[in-house]
Design a protein around this ligand. Structure first.
Ligand SMILES: [Zn+2]
Ligand SMILES: [Zn+2]
Length: 248
């Protein structure tokens, strides 16, 4: 970490005096959890140092931007930040503040200079977003094909929904019944022809399976079409590959 040494002017040793300082701070590469920010150009800072009697209080801002990978689309972008700098430096021979934790202040060994870098670094860390996003509405990557959805589209989500719908239909105990036509007494009188053939391209599996089901039934029992509707628990499990009716 680079130091940001401020030479303390003599007048700042008088209580209630203050002085403004500014400059550049080279933060370099900052690791924040899983994210890595590369501050390629130095950040600008502006700090007022005032004498509180027992110490020197530094308050101000540090501004700049670091390159980081978006956590949704993984593309690098420049994240700009403004950090609030705050540091307290206890003057030599003065008591340490009782209302502060030990890591919230620094005890000066001399009254000639102080280093603002630790306070600056803390300000930068506090200003980093918890989840870096190239833009608030970043669409991220398709989890299936990896397409960056900010720039391109893919059919994965649509296809997955269609597949799930087809599987849901195939698993339904009514899949076979939905292909049959019944008379008013509940007897099977025939097989439905699809109302809009070809329009829905996910009808495939259940229809093919029920065709095979009907054919195998008519092979062994030509009276199938006049039989009563089978009970639901007699309907073959179309997903059971061990079932004789599903053998190819
Ligand atoms: Zn993004
Ligand atoms: Zn995709």
């Amino acid at each position: 970490m680079n130091s940001v040494v401020v030479n303390i002017p003599q007048k700042l040793l008088t209580p209630a005096e203050n002085e403004t300082f500014s400059g550049l701070f080279n933060a370099g590469v900052v690791n924040a959890g899983p994210d890595v920010y590369d501050f390629k150009t130095p950040l600008t800072w502006n700090v007022v140092i005032s004498n509180t009697g027992d110490g020197l209080l530094a308050t101000g801002t540090v501004q700049g931007s670091g390159r980081v990978n978006c956590s949704r689309c993984l593309e690098p972008y420049d994240q700009s930040i403004t950090g609030e700098v705050e540091g307290f430096f206890v003057l030599p021979d003065k008591p340490a503040p009782k209302d502060m934790e030990g890591d919230e202040y620094e005890i000066l060994e001399d009254t000639e200079h102080l280093d603002l870098a630790p306070a600056m670094m803390q300000a930068i860390r506090m200003a980093l977003p918890r989840v870096p996003l190239c833009r608030e509405d970043c669409k991220g990557l398709c989890p299936i094909c990896g397409t960056n959805l900010n720039y391109h589209t893919c059919d994965c989500a649509e296809n997955a929904a269609k597949k799930a719908e087809a599987e849901r239909k195939a698993e339904s105990p009514f899949a076979v019944l939905s292909q049959l036509e019944f008379d008013e007494n509940g007897k099977v009188i025939g097989k439905k022809t699809p109302a809009t053939p070809g329009k829905d391209n996910v009808k495939d599996t259940s229809e093919n399976d029920s065709d095979a089901f009907l054919e195998s039934q008519s092979d062994t029992s030509s009276a199938f079409y006049s039989e009563d509707v089978p009970d639901f628990d007699e309907i073959p499990d179309l997903n059971d590959t061990n079932h004789p009716q599903n053998e190819k």
